[in-house]
Design a protein around this ligand. Structure first.
Ligand code: LFR
Length: 482
């Protein structure tokens, strides 16, 4: 059978890519045809994404895709979660979307909890409390001038898909991060919408991954050089959902950490766990591909490192990440740690100063020491989170898979293995794009039916690296015993 080609649009908080995924039997190879930067900027008193600019980059990428891979048959889109754009009745975007890193929800969290208390909310949506969940963002939006003009609330990957196809839907894995879905039924919660005074008509109908969203609009086929028969296929449009698809697990007893801007650490379950203990531990039940439950916690991520590097660059230093990591690896274990989940680290800014002050380190602390503090703290958070996931679900875990950018950070992977007492399998770094491509491929008969088969194939064909707990560093035998 000839190889088949699927396009992945994969946009993260700091960069985006358009990728050709070539599926040849069990082997999937990714070719990045266009790469661009992303970030928030202050505009009109809020931190916003430039979704219009991102759409232009997507079109540039599709042109490159058509040039290099004219046989591409389908495109899938994923981005980070929770953020949305508002469209008016004519389908015009009312403003560039406000980012989850904006502070606008601080003023409304209590208002939402006044309408439904955290226990009640968790009982319906099963979501970890994060101040930026869409449900809080919409409460802030309701106080803005745009609200009355809004006819559609559209999550960002769905907005890009709308511009590409003219079809308006809400993809289910991403919808699960809004806080407005009933986690038991996987449908919009009538009860929540009523209590929060959000008209149901504002939310486009749900669509699960693996279905066709629509044909590429003919004028875009013309502009990009793609075939008129190119379809947009709905994938796990929440980047983490796509990443979890591509965890190369060969056993059922695995935990995963999708490690990028954020670290999403947890296990995959057949059904949500909505206990008070799960809520208190701030675990989320996000919707996965094939209606699996992604039982995980969003813990701080490499954002701490990215923002530190940016700060040092702004200060005129030229930090070289590899050199910093190498130096950090030589520093002694047992240094100070921070709580990576502290809300103080959500906003952009001078991260090294915040970190030093939280860790009780002097301001003269070297960049390598700050890096070591970040990685030690992340590894501890990873261990604790997976330990909690095991305790809360009874799931047994014999291996931790780290996928995404963090899988390339050897020090982080080794520290995680040491602390947890479990082997860590690192990679693939491009799990999100692989998950995106393979859900499209499966929908079109070019990949196996079950996630387990897909993961086995990935384990056999993708590059991974195994980190064993070192006897001296191991502190976490508790997990291995389960
Ligand atoms: C990761 C991610 C997380 C989500 C955060 C904000 O990129 O999608 O899963 O909690 O970004 O949307």
């Amino acid at each position: 059978m000839p190889a088949r080609v699927f396009g992945a649009v994969d946009i993260g908080a700091s960069s985006g890519r358009v990728i050709a995924g070539v599926v040849d039997g069990d082997r999937t190879t990714l070719h990045t045809v266009h790469r661009f930067t992303n970030g928030v900027r202050e505009q009109g008193g809020h931190l916003r994404w430039d979704i219009t600019g991102l759409y232009r980059e997507v079109l540039t990428g599709l042109r490159a895709l058509a040039a290099g891979f004219p046989e591409v048959e389908s495109i899938g889109i994923d981005t980070w979660a929770v953020d949305y754009g508002l469209l008016d009745a004519e389908g015009n975007l009312l403003s560039e979307p406000i980012s989850y890193r904006d502070g606008r929800t601080d003023a409304v969290v209590d208002t939402v909890h006044g309408r439904i208390d955290p226990q009640g909310l968790y009982g319906i949506n099963g979501l970890q409390y994060l101040p930026f969940n869409t449900v809080y963002q919409l409460a802030a939006e309701q106080e803005s001038a745009l609200w009355d003009r809004a006819a559609h609330i559209v999550l960002l990957p769905d907005l890009l898909a709308y511009w590409l196809t003219g079809e308006l839907r809400t993809e289910t894995t991403n919808a699960s991060t809004t806080g407005l879905l009933d986690v038991r039924t996987g449908t919009w919660s009538r009860d929540l919408l009523t209590r929060l005074d959000i008209p149901r008509s504002l939310l486009p109908p749900l669509q699960p991954p693996g279905e066709q969203r629509g044909l590429l609009r003919p004028e875009l086929a013309e502009r990009t050089g793609l075939s008129r028969s190119t379809v947009v296929t709905t994938v796990g449009s929440h980047d983490t959902a796509s990443a979890v698809v591509a965890v190369p697990a060969t056993v059922t007893r695995f935990a995963y950490i999708s490690s990028g801007t954020w670290s999403l650490a947890g296990v995959e379950l057949a059904a949500p766990v909505l206990t008070q203990n799960a809520r208190r531990a701030n675990f989320t039940n996000e919707g996965g591909v094939d209606r699996r439950t992604r039982f995980l916690r969003n813990v701080g991520g490499l954002w701490l490192l990215q923002e530190s590097l940016r700060t040092w660059t702004d200060e005129g230093r030229t930090p070289e990440l590899d050199a910093l990591l190498a130096e950090a690896a030589t520093l002694p274990a047992g240094g100070p740690e921070i709580d990576v989940d502290d809300a103080e680290f959500i906003r952009p800014g001078d991260m090294p100063t915040r970190i030093c002050s939280a860790a009780g380190l002097p301001s003269s602390t070297s960049p390598a020491e700050v890096v070591r503090c970040i990685l030690d703290s992340l590894a501890t958070a990873y261990r604790d989170t997976i330990r909690q996931a095991v305790a809360l679900t009874g799931a047994a875990v014999e291996v931790i898979h780290i996928v995404g950018g963090g899988s390339q950070n050897a020090l982080l992977c080794q520290l995680t293995a040491d602390r947890s007492g479990l082997p860590v399998i690192a990679g693939p770094v491009e799990a999100t794009a692989l998950g995106n491509v393979l859900v499209q491929a499966r929908a079109r008969g070019a990949a196996p039916d079950t996630l387990e088969e897909i993961r086995h194939a990935l384990a056999q064909t993708q590059r991974t690296k195994k980190y064993l707990p070192s006897p001296v560093g191991a502190q976490g035998r508790f997990l291995a015993r389960h």
